[in-house]
Structure formats: structure tokens, C-alpha cells
Design a protein around this ligand. Structure first.
Ligand code: PLP
Length: 399
């Protein structure tokens, strides 16, 4: 027996690998600061936990409808109407085992060998791998510092061919935190209007983690012409601090939702019934803590951006949302560590940070744009201050 050809097309998630390495070092008693993981340090709010506990007590512990209970689908419909002014029917929403599963279902259900999927870089690590697993070809479009880490209409136009099936658009972005304004989405929509074969996978997972009064917009709402060919994707993981519960969801045309349910019926079946009950409470309960938490994240962003910009050789932009920064480390490539090791890549640099400064970050190459690194600041200001000092000391020691 050998691993399949489909498996050979993908790699293990580099961000989960960093988390595993940090966990192993901590178990050995090493004082390491992990800034690699993409999850809020906040706890799941109590009213959401209570809904999960109630579901267990009430015996809601059996199979549910494959792609979501009627209660959760109704809550998802209401969420899209409330937050995004998008109107979906119950047959136009799907509930999956996390947003990653929504991506997986959408790609596997629609992509054939030779189909192309446009992915702006830097990108969330799972996009190219899931496309490749599905048999498709990722077409990486540049979205680097010269365009504020956003896909430009010209770069989108250049990436599209007759075989393009999807554009994956993530705002605010993992790994850069860049977010698209309504006008920027409309400019991309104008390009897509000329290419009716291209659908949009709109990954709004960080919608509620947004700063400085930035007005979040989702592309199907900004460009009503694209409504019929957009899958609007969101979930409970980041906004409601529910990464472990595994609930993601999407809204889109009924035939696509049905196709994804068919795949799900022969793979995971329904998402956990208890997590679905908790997700109903998350989506229909009080929403005011979202803004409070975003304010806490904003203070952390300001601290991290300021400390990184004081480190020799690091240039850190100030993102609009999510809980990541993606600083460039270009001047540090070609330097040498005190032990004589050459820093010849961003992977070598984050290796040096982990070994010598005991700070874990993820190298930019994993996200398709080097030389850079991703730092997650979803942790306390004290921890971030300590990490910033360690990084400053480590950079100052490079020659
Ligand atoms: N989309 C983006 C941009 C993400 O960063 C993540 C998680 O890191 C997800 C989707 C999926 O989240 P989950 O599968 O944990 O719900």
C-alpha cells in the first residue's frame, strides 16, 4: 500500500506544524512564546458554552440533517441578512465542520483536472493545497506590498484564463490583515463581469475582527451582479473564539449548496450536533462582545506593529483587520547569526528566532510571499511585549 496520488499533491499545514513544535518545546519545559497559531486566546463566551451543555442534557446528541440543523441554517440566513445584507433561502446555506471544510467541499464539488483557481499571494496556507487535492491548478496572483497586499484589477485580469473556475478572495486576510474596501471590491467585480465563467469564494472568516472603523464589505453585497456566482463563507471559529467546535458555513446558489451536501453526506455527515446548537447561540445571541474583542485586538496590533518596526531589518505594515501582521524581513536576508549561521531565507530566519529567541512565527514562503513572516498577535499584551523584546534583541545580534 502507498499513499494516493491525491495525497501526494498536498503538504501538511505549515501553521499547524509550528503549533505542534511549540507544544513539544513547552512540554520539554522550554520557555517559548508561540505566535504561530491562528486562534484567539479569548475563551468561548459562556452563553455559547451553556447552549452546548443544554444540547447534551436535552439529548440533542444524534445525527442531524447532513449540512446543518434547520435551526442553525435559519440562524445563518439571519446572520447573512443582518451583517452582510445578503438574502439567502434555507436551501442556499450549508453548515460544515469548520471553514476549512467549507473550502474543501466547494473545491472538491466543483473543480475538475485542468481547472484553474486564482489565489492572491500571500494566501492562507490551505487554499493551494485544497485546490490541488481537488485536481485543480492554483494560479497565484501577486498581491504584495506594492499594492498594499491586495489583488489589483490588473493582476486579476492577467490571472484569468478560459479555464478559471474560481477566484478565492479573503478579506480581512490571513496572513496580512489587509481588507478590501467596497470600492476595491467593485473594481474587482468590474473585471469579473467580463469573465462569467469565474466564481468567487469569498472568505469573510475575519469579518468581525476589524479596526479603526473600517467598513467591512462582502463582495456579493458590493457587487450584486456576482450574487449568483459567489459562495460567501464565514464561521464561528475566529469571531466567537470557537476554533475547537468546528463550525463553518457558506451561502450561495442552491445547486452548489446541494452539490456540497452530497459530498458531505459521503464524508463527514453532519457537523457535531452539540457544536451546531452552540453555533445557534453564537449567531443569534448578543453580538456586542465582538466589537469589544476587536478593540482589544486593535491595541495588540498597535503594540506589535510598533515593536516590530523598532527591530533592526523589519518593516511592518499596519493591517486593517484579522489578528496577524506580515512584516517584511528583506534586509535580514544575507546576514549571519552569532553562531555563524547564514540567514538565507525567511525559513532560516524563523528557525533562528525559535532556536535563539524562543519565539515561534511562520515563514512567509508558506504563504507564497517572501521574505516575510507571519506573526499572530492573538495573545496578551504582556506576552506580546516579551516577544517583541526578544525579536528586537535577536535582530540586533545579526551581522
Ligand atoms: N479562512 C481563513 C482565512 C482562515 O484563516 C481560517 C483558519 O485559519 C479558516 C478559513 C478556517 O477556519 P476553521 O476551519 O477553523 O473554521
Amino acid at each position: 500500500m502507498q499513499p494516493s496520488a491525491a495525497l501526494a499533491r498536498i503538504s501538511p499545514s505549515p501553521t499547524l506544524a509550528v503549533s505542534a513544535r511549540v507544544g513539544a518545546l513547552k512540554r520539554q519545559g522550554v520557555d517559548v512564546i508561540g505566535l504561530g497559531a491562528g486562534e484567539p486566546d479569548f475563551d468561548t463566551p459562556d452563553h455559547i458554552k451553556e447552549a452546548g451543555i443544554r444540547a447534551i442534557r436535552d439529548g440533542r446528541t444524534k445525527y442531524t440533517d447532513v449540512d446543518g440543523t434547520p435551526e442553525l441554517k435559519a440562524a445563518v440566513v439571519a446572520k447573512f441578512a443582518r451583517d452582510n445584507r445578503l438574502s439567502y433561502g434555507l436551501d442556499q446555506v450549508t453548515v460544515n465542520v469548520g471553514g476549512k471544510h467549507t473550502l474543501f467541499n466547494a473545491m472538491v464539488a466543483t473543480v475538475d483536472p485542468g481547472d484553474e483557481v486564482v489565489i492572491p499571494a500571500p494566501y492562507w496556507v490551505s487554499y493551494p493545497d485544497v485546490v490541488q487535492f481537488a485536481g485543480g491548478t492554483p494560479v497565484i496572483a501577486p498581491a504584495g506590498p506594492e499594492q498594499d497586499y491586495k489583488l489589483s484589477p490588473a493582476a486579476l485580469e492577467a490571472a484569468i484564463t478560459p479555464r478559471t473556475r474560481w477566484l478565492i478572495l479573503n478579506s480581512p486576510s490571513n496572513p496580512t490583515g489587509a481588507a478590501y474596501t467596497r470600492d476595491e471590491l467593485r473594481a474587482l467585480g468590474a473585471v469579473l463581469a467580463r469573465h462569467p465563467q469565474v466564481w468567487v469564494f469569498a472568505d469573510d472568516m475575519y469579518e468581525h475582527i476589524i479596526y479603526d472603523g473600517f467598513a467591512f464589505a462582502s463582495i456579493a453585497e458590493a457587487c450584486p451582479d456576482l450574487y449568483e456566482r459567489t459562495l460567501t463563507v464565514n464561521g464561528c471559529s475566529k469571531a466567537y473564539a470557537m476554533t475547537g467546535w468546528r463550525i463553518g458555513f457558506g451561502g450561495g446558489p442552491a445547486w452548489l449548496i446541494k452539490a456540497m451536501a452530497k459530498l458531505q453526506s459521503q464524508s463527514t455527515s453532519n457537523p457535531c450536533s452539540i457544536a451546531q446548537a452552540a453555533a445557534v447561540a453564537a449567531l443569534t445571541g448578543p453580538q456586542d462582545f465582538l466589537a469589544e474583542r476587536a478593540r482589544a485586538f486593535q491595541a495588540r496590533r498597535d503594540l506589535v506593529v510598533s515593536m516590530l518596526n523598532q527591530a533592526k531589518g523589519i518593516t511592518c505594515p499596519r493591517p486593517d483587520g484579522a489578528f496577524y501582521v506580515y512584516p517584511s524581513i528583506a534586509p535580514l536576508i544575507g546576514t549571519t547569526t552569532p553562531k555563524g549561521q547564514l540567514i538565507d531565507s525567511d525559513e532560516a530566519f524563523v528557525g533562528y528566532l525559535l532556536d535563539e529567541a524562543r519565539v515561534a512565527a511562520v515563514h512567509g514562503a508558506a504563504f507564497g510571499l517572501s521574505p516575510a513572516m507571519r506573526i499572530s498577535y492573538a495573545t496578551s499584551e504582556d506576552v506580546l511585549r516579551a516577544a517583541g523584546e526578544r525579536i528586537q534583541t535577536a535582530c540586533a545580534a545579526l551581522r
